[in-house]
Every structure is written in C-alpha cells, then in structure tokens.
Design a protein around this ligand. Sequence first.
Ligand code: FES
Length: 343
Amino acid sequence: MFRDLTITDIRPEGSDAVRITFDTPEDIDWKPGQYLTLRSTIDGQDIRRSYSIASFPDQPLCVGVKRVDGGAFSTFAQSLTRGKSVQVMQPEGRFCPRGEQTLLLVAAGSGITPMISIAAEALERGAEVTLVYGNRNSGSIMFKDTLDALKDRYMGQFNLIHILSREPQDVELLNGRVSGEKLQRLARAGAVDLNAEGVYLCGPGAMIDDVAVMLTGEGVPETRIHHERFFMEGEAPRAPSVAAQEAAEKGAQVEVVLDGTRRVFNVEEDDENVLDAAARQGLELPYSCKGGMCCTCRCKVAEGGAEMAVNYSLEPWELEQGFTLACQTRPTTEKLVLDFDAA
Ligand code: FES
C-alpha cells in the first residue's frame, strides 16, 4: 500500500510552509486534484496525513505542507531534507476537474495546493480559469511564484484574485476573508463569474460551507460545485444512536472484504468506529485523515446497517448507494459487511 519515495527537493513556500518534491517512478499515476498520504512513525506512533498534489501535469509529484501549531506531521515535515525518503500511498481522491472550459477556483491558505494542479491542467488545455485565493498577508501566500508564472504564461485565460485579511490592499473588495458574501460582491463587480462550468472550493470547512450556500442560493447547480475540506472547526461528531449503542453492547460482528479477502472482527462498546475496532484486533484497514474528510477509508455497506459520526467527503449519490467512511462508521445491526473493493 505504501512505498518509499525519495525527496529530490524541499524549499520554503510562503512564511510557514514547505514544498516537498519526490523522485516519482513512472508507474505512479495521478490526476490533478488528487492527494498523497504520507506516513511516518513519530514518537512511536504511526502518523499519516493527506496532502494535495501541487504538481503540473507530467511533472514529478510535489506537495505543500503548512506548519500547524502542535501538528506532529507538519512539524516533522519541516525537518525533512533532500535525499531522505518518506512512505507515500498511491495518489487518491476525486477532487478532479471534469474537462470544464470555464472554472472558478476558490481557496484559502494551504487549500491552494490542489488548485495549482487543477489550474495548470485546465489552462494547458485552453480553459478559462479564475482563482480567488485568500491569505493573511502577501508573505503567507503559498506557491506565489508558481501562480505568478501561470499568470504571465496564460495572461488572457487566467484571472488571479488575492484576498488578504491582515494586509490592506488598495481595492477594498480585496480585503478581508474569502466568504460567500465576498464572492457574491466580486461577481456583482464583474470580477468573477459564478456560472463557471465547474466551481472548486478548497480550504477550511466553514469557508467551503459559506461559499457553497451562497452559490446554491444564486442558482448554481450542486452538480457543478466540488469541494475538498482541509479541516473543520468546532463541529461535533454525532453521538451514537440507540441502534448503534445496542449493536456495540452485543459486540457487533463486522466482516470486511479488502483486496478480495474476507476478515471478521467485532465492534465493542469502547470502539469509536469500525477502523479502530479493526486495528484493536490487528487488522489494518486503509485510512489517512481519520476525520471523515479524505475518503481513503471509503467502503460500501454490503449487508446490515451502519451510521457515520461525521461525513465531510462522501457525496449524496454515494450515500444513496450505501458508501460509508470506515473511520466514522458504527454498526447499527448485529452483523455488518463492508466491501472495500466496491468501486
Ligand atoms: S480516513 Fe479520511 S475519511 Fe476516513
């Protein structure tokens, strides 16, 4: 599942982030908008984090890692050097452009990383791209040189708008935070087109939700709006339902199908979710964020019932078809079958 990739370059990206580039074997296939899960053992703990790929098409894989106060992996990443190797999972993710000819990209902070790949791919095939990018100040802008280079190269196709919250700019509309209201005002001023064929949002959950509500209010079809959440603030997971509590009290039996193999284990009262229960019994299921955001643990309920504590990544059609996130799943029946091989 993981393989070692050697770091070929590591350099600062803005005031508190680094860009890490990997020696990339030809058999690694990736699409703009996807992410890499990096893994390391830090203080004896298996730590994994997902980082969006920020490479141009056909270029070696690179990610941008922003330092998070107290964040084990992001702090560790700042100490990496050229020539070291890191365990990396095959690229995953579905935050990928769909061949649209007009794109509106909205990012805040490190949410810019997938937008670099998405914009580069779209511009290269002749699409028109508007990127609204929010930061504290000009010093904290990640991939500034890359964005400037794209702007120079695709002058008539690429509309780049920086919004800064702690550094006043001459145009009042460009000051503050990225929000639904800010986007709406930019649209009314003719600076952005909300009717782009694809709207891609990446950053904190609160920003995404605010912008998405505005867009749907403006009549943008939900099918055109795509998002990738980097973190959520203050959203409490749903408490287990009575059915989930009863199933756990009885020691619900969970059967998983993974890479064609069936394994059985139990979920008990102290287990927060299926992923933790499996790990307690020595079975490693795929995961990365453990927070309902990345979809690495996505699987399908093939039999029985289940509920999730949170879901920030599965789309309505996936929920309808019975997909769930193992890191958030609790059985609601005494037997639950989860298929990790389901497409
Ligand atoms: S591990 Fe990321 S959603 Fe479950």
